[in-house]
Design a binder for this molecule. Structure first.
Ligand SMILES: [Zn+2]
Length: 477
């Protein structure tokens, strides 16, 4: 392939048009979680599919799912070169609280260095950076440096409920050597970062029942075990005084890390102070012996997301509710398995739930943790790409969150995912007044161009052939 410079300068020249097109994309209120917007979400999928055709992708298809469509497109004319699966999502978060927006969320506009609108950063803008990189190649050289398959989800913000089944039933269609996902923030505009590890997730709902109907707390208070009280007693038994989760066997699988890696995390990762500042928290809390960064990345966590039950209206009501519940979420650390965690949790509940009540447990969303070998050649390609565009080696970061697609790709397609995030921590994703930093949109396109170029130089992505300039020893093993 001829010079990358030609491709880069196409992106540079066309950038004002790209920004216009991104505004068209953001204009769709594709709120996947809200059925009211089903039509608009479908219209957004249509628009995206047409756009993929316009830039020169082939076999562009819209696959319907029980909820929102999946958009697919491919370009496979580089036999012998690796195949890259580009994943992103065109659905967006709801806009509530509406009153806190200082502009209509779906009337995107540019002001200064930012494009404003719901989805501008998460994930339409970042998805579009990859799409525009493809366009730059296809419009200049009529070919791509690698084979490409695009998979764009319309249900990411609701946990990608249709994705597992779709991947399972389209394993051949989606067969690839590696995946890329641009849906996260870098450390700052000056310091790119590359996420190489995520925690898994398991959500459980606990329901406690003590009698058939709500009771008068005067007539029956003292005679029955109040389910809200039981829920509180159970929750109080989930952690010990050192911030550790008390479920027997819970930590058995958790990976332990070398001091080299922990030192790297201490050196390049956020400090406790920074994390607490970001949280706007008065004080820190958590497992003793670990930094806040470690506690949110290489250690598991158990959070109470909600407690349901009893009278919530104004004033008072003398009632013993018939049932109460709690919504809990585990963040699963590297090497842990969400199904094993569920089993241990159920066993522990059997042990500690009092015989006075009936306890019912429902588990949702078993996402495995993800950790990429830092020597992975595709990760090295990502590092090189960031370095080319930002003039700085990216910091390797872990995040405490979960991206279901990443664990699904590993599980069902046996491929790694490179997380090339172009967002900024100040993008206000999921919040009012979302925005995307335009210089990062442009640099994102260029990073994607370099990433594909670097990937094409690899003979074997799953193995050992790494171009010489990519063989750099890392700061830890
Ligand atoms: Zn997202």
């Amino acid at each position: 392939m001829a010079s990358v410079q030609v491709v880069l300068s196409y992106a540079e020249k066309q950038f004002p048009n790209f920004v216009e097109e991104l505004q068209d994309f953001v204009r769709f209120p594709s709120i996947g979680t809200d059925d009211q917007y089903k039509k608009e979400t479908a219209a957004c999928a249509n628009w995206l599919a047409k756009h993929l055709e316009y830039i020169g992708l082939q076999q562009v298809k819209i696959f319907s799912t029980p909820r929102h469509p999946i958009v697919y497109g491919e370009w496979l004319k580089q036999p012998g070169k690796p195949t890259l699966l580009i994943y992103g999502h065109y659905d967006v978060q709801p806009v509530e609280p509406v009153a806190e927006w200082s502009f209509p969320p779906f009337k995107p506009f540019v002001q200064g260095d930012y494009i404003y609108g719901r989805g501008a950063s998460d994930d339409k803008g970042q998805l579009f950076a990859n799409v525009k990189a493809l366009e730059a190649f296809l419009k200049t050289y009529k070919q791509l440096p690698v084979n490409i398959k695009c998979l764009f989800d319309g249900e990411e913000e609701m946990g990608s409920p249709s994705l597992a089944n779709f991947i399972q039933t389209h394993q051949n269609l989606l067969k690839a050597n590696v995946a890329v996902l641009s849906d996260m923030a870098m450390l700052s505009a000056e310091q790119p970062s590359l996420t190489y590890a995520l925690r898994g997730s398991l959500s459980v709902e606990l329901e406690v029942k003590s009698q058939a109907v709500d009771l008068h707390s005067g007539n029956f208070g003292g005679a029955v075990h109040n389910p809200l009280q039981v829920v509180s007693e159970i929750i109080a038994k989930l952690h010990d005084q050192n911030g550790r989760i008390t479920i027997p066997g819970f930590y058995d699988q958790v990976k332990t890390y070398t001091s080299a890696e922990r030192n790297y995390m201490r050196h390049f990762g956020p400090t406790d102070k920074k994390i607490l500042e970001d949280a706007q928290a008065y004080n820190g809390w958590g497992e003793k012996g670990f930094t806040a960064y470690e506690r949110t990345t290489i250690r598991p966590a158990l959070s109470v997301n909600g407690i349901v039950g009893g009278y919530q209206g104004t004033g008072v009501k003398s009632v013993i509710p018939a049932k109460a519940g709690a919504k809990l979420n585990f963040r699963i650390a590297p090497n842990q398995d969400p199904y094993v965690v569920e089993k241990l949790f159920r066993k522990y509940m059997q042990e500690i739930a009092p015989p006075s009540v009936a306890v019912n447990i429902r588990a949702h969303l078993h996402a495995k943790p993800y950790e990429l070998n830092i020597r992975d050649p595709a990760l090295q390609a990502g590092k090189l790409a960031f370095q080319k565009v930002f003039g700085k080696e990216p910091v390797l970061t872990r995040i405490g969150g979960t991206i279901p697609a990443v664990s699904l790709f590993k599980e069902k397609l046996n491929i790694s995912t490179i997380l090339l995030g172009f967002g900024l921590p100040t993008d206000r994703i999921h919040a009012p007044n979302e925005r995307f930093y335009l210089p990062n949109f442009k640099k994102g396109i260029k990073t994607s161009i370099w990433f594909m170029t670097a990937l094409s130089q690899k003979a074997n992505l799953s193995g050992s052939v790494v171009p010489r300039q990519l063989q750099k020893t890392s700061s830890f093993t």
